[in-house]
Design a protein around this ligand. Structure first.
Ligand code: CP
Ligand code: NVA
Length: 303
């Protein structure tokens, strides 16, 4: 594995290996036998805001022996129009790996191609692969290794966003049932569903069907970064899909609620539900660190 650009291009086997390594690195935190990033500098190139991703990568790179270098695109020439391919070729001659948060998936693909460095997608408009690995790690920690296999996992709200798409590919590769539930216009397009081509990815516009019998209920902001102008019009259509205590009465006994955070209480999730599931949700946030260390470790030791 040279890069982590999407869940789409991972295999189920690679995902399982990353999860196993994530558990191991979490257990061995503070006393890793090997520091595969020793002597290396990894750049974090971010065009969008971040709390969890930035902190977890900076800490994770340091804990594996490397030096993280945070570069906001507001500060580097990329933000003033220097081409991605030129930026990538410069960095490729100086550093050892890149973590990129941006808008277009193609930018991450081009950075990887022109830098020839191990490259990690830290969120694009298309996918959020690191978050899905952390979410699966959290599910395994709570319910057992591979427990997702027999689960019905739901994603409520703005399902055709980066999180929803990464969940779809995870369902295809790992074989669990994924229920995507949101308003008609926000469901994945026929072409997306055709590309996923998986009988275990189910779409519904009925909020009750979205949670009925589900073991894991996910949600995310209705307004992803870059969509701020759509706030007023979008919110109205999404309120029936709010994850609240009444709807969760239909979920499977012992269910968990996940949220990648940041959460907007009173919109996609109520304060009551978020606080009731806070232990799982903040473990999910912590697991960004461990899952991403598994990715860094794997990329740094490839070949
Ligand atoms: N979940 C997530 O990616 O959080 P940040 O935007 O804070 O990095
Ligand atoms: N879908 C959200 C995820 C934030 C971590 C966004 O793209 O803003």
């Amino acid at each position: 594995m040279k890069n982590l650009l999407s869940i789409e291009e991972l295999t189920g086997g690679q995902m399982k290996e990353l999860l196993a390594l994530g558990h191991q690195l979490k257990a061995e935190r503070g006393h890793h036998a090997k520091l595969p990033l020793a002597g290396q500098t990894w750049a974090l190139i971010f065009s969008k805001s971040s709390t969890r991703t930035r902190v977890s990568f900076e800490v994770g790179i340091s804990e594996l022996g490397g030096r993280p270098m945070f570069l906001s695109t507001r500060d580097i020439q990329l933000g003033r129009g220097e081409p991605v391919k030129d930026t990538a070729r410069v960095l490729g001659r100086m550093i050892h790996g890149m973590v990129i948060r941006t808008y277009a998936q193609q930018e991450v693909v081009d950075m990887a191609r022109y830098s020839n460095l191990p490259t990690i997608n830290a969120l694009t408009d298309q996918e959020h692969p690191c978050q899905i690995l952390a979410d699966l790690l959290t599910i395994e920690e709570k319910y057992g290794t591979g427990a997702w296999k027999d689960m019905k996992i739901s994603f409520m709200g703005d399902v055709d966003n980066n999180m929803g798409r990464s969940w779809m590919w995870a369902a295809k590769h790992l074989g669990f049932t994924l229920v995507l539930c949101g308003p008609e216009h926000a469901l994945p397009s026929a072409s997306t569903l055709a590309a996923i081509d998986s009988p275990n990815v189910i779409c519904t516009t009925d909020p009750e069907e979205g949670v009925r019998g589900c073991h894991i209920i996910n949600t995310d902001t209705w307004i992803s970064m870059g969509q701020e102008a759509e706030k007023g019009t979008k919110e109205k259509a999404f309120f029936p899909y709010q994850v609240n205590a009444k709807l969760l009465q239909l979920a499977a006994p012992g269910h968990s609620v996940l949220h990648c955070l940041p959460a907007y209480r009173g919109y996609e999730i109520t304060d009551e539900v978020l606080e009731h599931h806070a232990d799982t949700i903040f473990t999910e946030a912590e697991n960004r660190l461990h899952a991403q260390k598994a990715v860094l470790y794997t990329l740094a030791t490839a070949n």
